[in-house]
Design a protein around this ligand. Structure first.
Ligand code: HEC
Length: 199
């Protein structure tokens, strides 16, 4: 048989130095693509450069980290450019809270009189049901928060004491309503709480 009739199956591209010995139908890469030499399940890893967006991102995070280390305390000898510390931050917040607590509540209305006014009481009741009942109970009998119908008061049961409790909150889990409710609403709900007291 002459060689002229033989079917020639030469590879179209000359295999690179790392190409092929383990798998029969592997892709033969052009020479300018460099193989790293890694291969898993017939997939060959190429030694391409990182995409520009990725290396830019990498560089950006790197520079950010350096900036962060300069601005914030990052090493035992370095307090940071801004001298930020969790301790001073906490002291500042505590001082702020204490200042708010000691700020006297200004009573602009006669709360006892308000507690006898049906319109204000109805408004106060509505606010109570919306904002207070979840913690103090539907009938103010107490739940997470203490009962508001018995004669026992931790912070005092005088109209101004209750107004103070509601306006500025109390440390044991009573939220500060002075920031959430309007002053009239705080007054009305306080009047409602007062109206619950048995004479
Ligand atoms: C997230 C739950 C919660 C909500 C909502 C809440 N409270 Fe309280 N309240 C408490 C807790 C807990 C205390 C006890 C605080 C303490 O012992 O320091 C308290 C305490 C009080 C006190 C003081 C009681 C005392 O013995 O001196 C009053 C008055 C009061 N709440 C009224 C209200 C009113 C009025 C509202 C609605 C505007 C309200 N609370 C909403 C949890 C709540």
């Amino acid at each position: 048989m002459s060689d002229e009739n033989a079917i020639v199956t030469e590879p179209a591209v000359t295999p690179g130095p790392m190409a092929g010995n383990s798998s029969t139908n592997r892709v033969i890469l052009p020479d300018d693509k460099i193989l790293s030499g890694h291969e898993v399940d017939g997939i060959q890893e190429m030694d391409n450069p990182m995409p520009v967006w990725l290396s830019t991102l990498f560089l950006a995070t790197f520079l950010y980290a350096i900036g962060y280390c300069i601005v914030y305390p990052s090493f035992w000898f370095w307090p940071g450019l801004w001298k930020w510390s969790s301790t001073t931050e906490m002291n500042r917040l505590e001082a702020e809270q204490a200042a708010r607590r000691t700020k006297p509540v200004v009573v602009k209305v006669d709360l006892a009189q308000l507690a006898r006014d049906p319109a204000h009481l109805a408004n106060g009741k509505a606010i109570y049901e919306l904002s207070c009942a979840t913690c103090h109970g539907e009938n103010a009998q107490g739940k997470v928060g203490p009962s508001l119908v018995d004669a026992e008061w931790k912070y005092g049961g005088k109209p101004t004491d209750i107004l103070e409790s509601v306006t500025n909150g109390r440390p044991g889990g009573m939220p500060n309503w002075g920031n959430t409710l309007k002053p009239e609403e705080v007054e009305d709900v306080t009047a409602f709480v007062l109206s619950l007291q048995k004479e």
